[in-house]
Design a binder for this molecule. Structure first.
Ligand code: NDP
Ligand code: 3PG
Length: 498
């Protein structure tokens, strides 16, 4: 049953091209051009979106600036109320949005629904958290600093930044969009979204849920087009007051070009899974499979290298192989575990890493198999540091195992990476786990579980090339605000007597 672009969503479609959203309206671009979205499974054009022009981006920025001023004067409880309404509408329409995720990014059917529901929950939590943390300010008194009497009261509170530009990646086009939209809006900002091309139609449906909730005109906009074509124009636009980006190395380039605006960057990762001799090996195997292969490894938090003590390596490799043999490989519509990777170039890149490992002598635990963009799950054992896959992220269902002889060796490999997103350690010894966690140069370390961003209110951050700043609902709200102070200067010191 085709639901996308029908019913309440019919107005977002212009013939066969989805419209972009500006000034509270769905519009066709004056460019007369569109961008094709290729279904990763069929490798045929599934949808088309508008190729917005620079002039249209300029208009969106102007409208956002005007709308933001009025929005900042809207009471916090009202902003929260609208966000709750958008969350409910989004969840109500989870089916058509999930359908887009299946067709555009080959997300397994059940995971696609989960992404939409999780996004609704994220918006509601953001509304509640915003009411709590933005409703509080600080009072400072001057006599705590040497040489001062108590004659100055400093009142500080959080104010919006202005216009936030949100750029999410293909793998969570809805969830990683609302993780930026929600915090920006509750904090009183306007929001311009540039969705990933693969995933843009799911994102447009999500934006329509905000439209249906009744947000003011111009406050939220969504401009579509290839990142390589309108990306620089957007990120260097003088109307932008903050950029929240999730994706790959593009983020490093953006951070070099962006002006003096706060940046939130969540970039790639090479999350290591360190396995000690005393670990629960069944738990390890289950987490390697879930962590390494869910959504075919296309998660920044996927386990991307296993660093395992030699003495338990054979046992774990055997258990992992047994589980991989049971994974369903096929269509996202059938809710397969392993589905086609997002693009042909992505599949080619993964294949390049596999062939490099083959030439250099890695042990293939399964035969390498690929049909179109579909790559069968593959565990590569006895991987050595001279192989590309020891360091590069495949963003696909291929996982290298490096056997280690000491914990220090594992930590050394983890820290030698230019990435530092998450990592995990498996051991029954909590004291060792804490020491290893402290030694790992990553934004988060999971003890006895695979890396994961959620729950969405947990802090989420990468060190080194994995990012700037921290996400997670509370951190994102704080990041999208500035502190403003008003100082009351008394004519003479005043001390309370009570
Ligand atoms: N740390 C994290 O939370 C996550 C990290 N990632 C990382 O992202 C990579 C894969 O995701 P992918 O979506 O391909 O990443 P990209 O960096 O290629 O794209 C991310 C977003 O940036 C846009 N974009 C592309 N070029 C520009 C530009 N010049 N200026 C502004 N925006 C631009 C893309 O649009 P368009 O699609 O139109 O090109 C897309 O919306 C992997 O390296 C992965 O590790 C992915 C998810 C989460
Ligand atoms: O974009 C990603 O890949 C993530 O931010 C990871 O999210 P997850 O851990 O919830 O899959």
């Amino acid at each position: 049953m085709a639901l996308a672009g029908t019913g309440v969503f019919a107005e977002i479609l212009d013939g066969e091209v989805y419209k972009y959203y500006a000034d509270g309206e769905w519009r066709a671009s004056g460019s007369g051009k569109s961008v094709a979205i290729v279904n990763p499974t069929t490798r045929k054009t599934q949808y088309k979106v508008q190729a917005c022009t620079q002039e249209e981006v300029n208009k969106v920025m102007e409208a956002a600036k005007v709308a933001q001023k009025a929005w900042a004067r809207t009471p916090l409880w009202k902003r929260a109320e609208l966000l709750h309404k958008a969350a409910a509408i989004l969840k109500e329409h989870k089916a058509p949005i999930a359908e887009c995720l299946v067709k555009e990014i080959a997300k397994p059917a059940k995971d696609a629904v989960t992404e939409v529901v999780r996004s609704g929950d994220l918006i509601s939590y953001t509304a509640e958290e915003g009411v709590r943390i933005l409703g509080e300010g600080k009072l400072l008194v001057s006599d705590s600093f040497p040489g001062n009497e108590r004659n100055k009261y400093c009142l500080s509170s959080k104010i919006p930044l202005g216009v936030v530009l949100a750029i999410p990646p293909f793998n969570y086009p809805v969830n990683l969009a609302v993780s930026k939209i929600g915090p920006a809006l509750i904090a009183g900002n306007a929001l311009v979204l540039k969705p990933p091309t693969q995933g843009a139609v799911a994102a447009l449906h999500m934006v329509h849920c905000f439209h249906l909730a009744g947000f003011p005109k111009g406050l939220i906009s969504c401009v579509t087009g290839k990142g390589s074509e309108i990306g620089d124009f957007l990120t260097m636009h003088p109307g932008v007051n903050c950029i929240s980006f999730t994706g790959g190395d593009t983020g490093i380039a953006i951070s070099k070009k962006a002006g003096m605006v706060p940046l939130q960057m969540e970039l790639g990762g090479k999350d290591a899974c360190i396995v000690l001799e005393d670990a629960d090996l069944d738990l390890v195997a289950a987490n390697i499979v879930k962590g390494g292969f869910s959504y075919s490894g296309q998660r920044c938090t996927a386990v991307k290298v296993v660093l395992i003590m030699e003495s338990v390596a054979d046992a774990v490799v055997q258990k992992v192989n047994a589980k991989l043999a049971k994974l369903k490989v096929g269509l996202p519509e059938d809710d397969s575990d392993i589905t086609p990777v997002v693009t042909e170039s992505s599949a080619n890149f993964i294949e390049g890493l596999v062939m490099d490992a083959k030439e250099k002598g890695a042990t293939f635990c399964q035969g390498y198999r690929r049909e179109g963009n579909l790559i069968w799950p593959l565990l590569l054992d006895h991987v050595r540091p001279d192989m590309r896959i020891a360091w590069e992220e495949p963003f696909g269902p291929v996982l290298p195992v490096i056997r280690i002889n000491s914990v220090e060796e594992g930590i050394h490999h983890c820290n030698a990476s230019n990435f530092g997103l998450q990592g995990c350690v498996f051991t029954r010894d909590i004291n060792k786990a804490i020491l290893i966690s402290d030694a790992m140069e990553t934004g988060t370390v999971q003890i006895n579980s695979a890396p994961a961003r959620g729950p969405d209110h947990f802090p989420f951050q990468g060190l080194k090339d994995s990012g700037i700043g921290s996400q997670g609902i509370t951190n994102s709200i704080n990041m999208m605000t500035k502190v403003k102070s008003t100082v009351i200067n008394l004519p003479s010191p005043s001390y309370t007597m009570g």
